[in-house]
Write a protein that binds this ligand. Structure first.
Ligand code: CAA
Length: 445
């Protein structure tokens, strides 16, 4: 059986940041702790005036190719996952390949290019496409590049404005990967939902509270589906669980539900029984409402236990470090969570080779997917090459007026003239609109 998975990852963060507790909250008359403690966010990344989904994606992909010593001929697929596309026909991957062709001698004329759409889960689906392509032996020895790139902007004044972000993740999918091998087993939870959508509009229509319930419901279905084809999960078998992270507070809820599920009928449930009782079982209650009340009560007690808190600190918290600093990157978000966990392990000198992670992806509309990943020998060498800490430290710190200007610059319905806040250096930049309304890009040395 071929081993297929993620060989390497690169992350490109938008070059601007908005400090949510200090800059955004006071303007909205909100308590900064809503961000620090509730949503779990400190900063959001924003694109500078010359950045967009193409530049961020192309810059991440170029860094990936340079670092891995790859030429265009080594790449057989370029798949872009985004929910911020500006064209209903021409895929963003053609723009990204066009950018890369400006700086390499060869071209990507024999690579299959596409664009995947299913809200935030599309990045994971693109990895699946690449995985299947390699497993099927159709890759002619070549690798695939998956780029998950988004400017996650919401209409000003909407509830989602608190959870914005922008950035790109480029992933190299290969046979015998250095970083993580993907399980063949997958679980899905998928249903026609109207929680978050963009019906031919740039900014989402979102029912925030409902979107959170749908996230949890679909994730639960996906876990059950995964267990039906794979194995029953146990907290001690999983080193990390990177989830789609629209904001860390969402993952706090998913983590608690997941833990309750995993410990049911295990020695952990028995051990906790003296302190908080056993988990309510549906059959023991006369109606659904009383059962739900009992579950809520159990969960409230469960989250206070030392056992849960130390599991959360070790297994979930390390996945959230980058998200707290960048906000929601939609399609890139779960891949930022994986990178965050691996980065944490490298910094703490934790030996991960051979360990398992469970990855929980989610896209509104709605679908969740669960699969397992086994960490491979080269993970540390790969993850230590990320420059994300330096990128985050170098971001320009926007004041509130500047934030509103940047939001307007990236609003497709507005034309505003705003000076850039940072100076591009060795990267692709947006260079204007062409005669067929196409976007143009150039490489700045
Ligand atoms: N101290 C501590 N905590 C505080 C606080 C304070 N002073 N003030 C508020 N909080 C807590 C609240 O109790 C709440 O936590 P709980 O949910 O655990 O109760 C949290 O901070 C957020 O506060 P609000 O609910 O008052 O915040 P809100 O009204 O702004 O709504 C939101 C939050 C619904 C997530 C909104 O930001 C939103 O619509 N976001 C976009 C949609 C979204 O991200 N949905 C997530 C699931 S869908 C998905 O994952 C796909 C995707 O990427 C979009």
């Amino acid at each position: 059986m071929k081993s297929v998975g993620i060989d390497a990852v690169e992350i490109w963060a938008g070059k601007l940041k908005l400090d949510l507790p200090e800059t955004f909250a006071p303007e909205k008359d909100e308590d900064p702790d809503k961000y620090r403690k509730g949503l779990g966010l400190v900063n959001s990344s924003f694109p500078d005036t010359y950045e967009d989904i193409v530049t961020m994606g192309a810059n991440a992909a170029k860094r990936l190719m340079d670092r891995k010593g790859l030429k265009p001929d080594d790449i057989g697929r370029i798949d872009v996952a985004t929910e911020s596309a500006f064209d209903n026909s021409k895929p963003v991957s053609t723009y990204i390949a066009g950018c890369l062709e400006q700086v390499y001698d060869e071209d990507f004329h024999h690579a299959n290019k596409g664009e995947r759409k299913f809200a935030c889960i599309a990045g994971t689906q693109s990895i699946d496409d690449a995985y299947n392509w390699i497993k099927a032996g159709r890759n002619r020895g070549r690798s695939a590049i998956v780029v998950a790139t988004d400017t996650a902007l919401y209409a000003r004044g909407s509830s989602g404005e608190a959870t914005q972000g922008a950035g790109a993740v480029a992933l190299l999918i290969t046979e015998d990967p250095s970083m993580v091998e993907l399980s063949t087993e997958q679980g899905y939870g998928s249903a026609d939902e109207t929680d978050f959508l963009k019906p031919n509009q740039q900014f989402p229509s979102v029912d925030g509270k409902r979107s959170m319930q749908v996230y949890l419901a679909r994730m639960r279905e996906a876990v059950e589906d995964f267990e039906s084809v794979a194995w029953d999960m146990h907290p001690e078998d999983l080193e990390y669980i990177p989830f789609h992270t629209p904001f860390p507070g969402m993952v706090r809820k998913a983590g608690l539900l997941g833990y309750r599920h995993m410990i049911r009928d295990t020695e952990i449930e028995d051990e906790l029984a003296g302190e908080i009782g056993r988990q309510p079982r549906e059959g023991e209650y006369e109606d659904w409402d009383t059962y739900e009340d009992a579950i809520r009560d159990y969960m409230d007690k469960l989250k206070q236990t030392d056992m849960y808190q130390s599991w959360y600190a070790e297994t979930i918290e390390p996945t959230l470090g980058l998200a707290r600093e960048v906000g929601n990157w939609y399609t890139g978000s779960v891949h930022v969570a994986r990178a965050s966990a691996l980065k944490h392990a490298a910094e703490e000198d934790i030996d991960l080779t051979g360990e398992q992670m469970l990855v929980g992806s989610y896209g509104s509309g709605a679908q969740a997917e669960i699969h397992a990943e086994t960490v491979q020998e080269g993970w540390k060498e790969e993850i230590e090459q990320l420059t994300i800490d330096e990128q985050l430290a170098a971001r320009y710190d926007l004041d509130f007026d500047e934030y509103e200007q940047v939001h307007d610059v990236h609003n497709h319905d507005m034309t505003v003239d705003v000076e850039e806040f940072t100076i591009p250096n060795g990267e692709f930049v947006f260079a204007g609109i062409g005669r067929m309304n196409e976007r143009k890009y150039e490489y700045v040395e």
